[in-house]
Design a protein around this ligand. Structure first.
Ligand code: GDP
Ligand code: MN
Length: 388
């Protein structure tokens, strides 16, 4: 799960980290009021979308008057912001962050992430701030400084000094960096974050250091124990099909082919896709309904698969171990009745209550093809997709 910049900055504040003064708004009038409340005569208007690269895409606007501010707010609110990191159609801007402007002396980079190779929390810093870190890593890898935190010992002062000297900071700034890094480390651990990225981390005109931008990604698998963070989720920024899948606890992956695959279990999904390919077809997606599928969830899964315009045929491959095949069959019928199904559906059921499941499908009178084994099912789905 991703947080918006303004949410990330509020979280940083909670951990005692100084951030630019700012107010999130969703209307042009609100933007004006926010500017008056912040005071001064220069502000930054920042589109709140779940993608970086906003600056280059016109989503971060420095303004020198209330008129300019209103013009920027009017242009951005309700628009689709297309950045290098967004989907081609862009992301809808419904919220702006209005900030008092900060004068920048230097732009640095600082991030915290999980290093899978060493299974440790990794701090990464670079003096080349404001640029995409991937570019720095590719062209000038020596400019990236890293330090890994021992899970039992926690973040140590020497690690902060190491990065601070590497960034060319002076003594006072290094103390500030240490406070900042300690706060980030606690935030990272206590939020079950997978990434906290500060780009740029700036040295301001007075020599202080402060995050000017903040990106926080959370580990979805730990959200169940972070209800206060779940409340910050903005579904409007997510892929609608993947968001719907999450809603029903389904694992949905979009692919390029034409055959929608509904399967239970990741291993079976892989085997199913392999066989589809072997028999000359290409999967359009795969959807894992998991082990505890109910008729309702199967119906939702089915609707999800059908909502993808690329799908020319649907292949349902269920092995009933824990899940009962008759329930799966009922779910399929429920979905087929609720949504208009314009593509052929091939079903292979095996395991618990499979005969009853196939009976239910046969009795329904709906145009559903059943298959005795997976090879036959794959062949039928591939043929149906090719004919459609
Ligand atoms: P991103 O492009 O989505 O990563 O958005 P950022 O929040 O990083 O903003 C992009 C750039 O806008 C920054 O790298 C800064 O150069 C500039 N910027 C943002 N806020 C301010 C500010 O308060 N003062 C100044 N001078 N520049 C800013
Ligand atoms: Mn940035």
């Amino acid at each position: 799960m991703h947080l918006h910049e303004y949410q990330a900055k509020q979280l940083l504040s909670k951990y005692g980290i100084r951030v630019p003064r700012g107010i999130p708004v969703s209307t042009v009038v609100g933007a004006r009021q926010a500017a008056l409340e912040l005071g001064g005569d220069r502000w930054v208007v920042k589109a709140q979308v779940h993608a970086g690269g906003r600056g280059k895409a016109g989503g971060v606007v420095l303004v020198r008057s209330l008129d300019e501010l209103e013009a920027a707010a009017r242009r951005l609110l309700g628009s689709q912001l297309i950045t290098k990191q967004s989907a081609p159609e862009g992301l809808l801007v419904t919220t702006l962050l209005v900030e008092a402007i900060t004068d920048i002396a230097r732009e640095l980079y600082l991030s915290v992430l999980v290093d899978r190779a060493t299974q440790r929390v990794l701090f990464m810093a670079s003096a080349a701030g404001g640029m995409e870190i991937e570019e720095v890593a590719a062209r000038e890898p020596e400019k990236i400084l890293t330090t890994r935190v021992h899970p039992a010992a926690g973040l140590q002062a020497w690690q902060c000094r190491l990065l601070g000297y590497g960034l060319g900071l002076d003594g006072g700034q290094i103390k500030e960096l240490q406070r900042l890094m300690s706060g980030l480390y606690r935030l990272f651990m206590e939020s079950d974050a997978s990434l906290v990225e500060i780009n740029p981390l700036i040295v301001d005109a007075a020599g202080g250091i402060m995050p000017l931008d903040a990106k926080v990604n959370l580990d979805d698998n730990a959200l169940y124990r972070r209800p206060e963070l779940v409340a910050l989720r903005d579904i409007s920024q997510e892929d609608p099909r993947e968001a719907a899948a999450k809603e029903h606890d389904l694992n949905y992956i979009s692919l390029d082919g034409s055959i929608g695959c509904m399967v239970n279990g990741a291993g079976l999904a892989m085997a199913t896709m392999d066989l589809v390919k072997l028999r000359g077809g290409l999967p359009a997606n795969f959807l894992d309904v998991g082990g505890n599928a109910t008729a309702e969830r199967v119906a939702e899964a089915f609707k999800l698969i059908l909502s993808d315009g690329k799908v020319r045929a649907v292949l349902v491959n269920i092995f009933g171990g824990i899940v009962r095949c008759d329930l799966i069959a009922e779910g399929i019928l429920k979905a087929v009745r609720e949504v208009h199904v314009s593509v052929p559906v091939v079903v292979r059921l095996e395991g618990t209550n499979a005969p009853r499941g196939l009976e239910i499908l046969a009795e329904s009178g709906l145009a559903i093809t059943t298959a005795a084994d997976l090879t036959e099912a794959a062949d039928r789905a591939v043929a149906a997709a090719a004919a459609a």
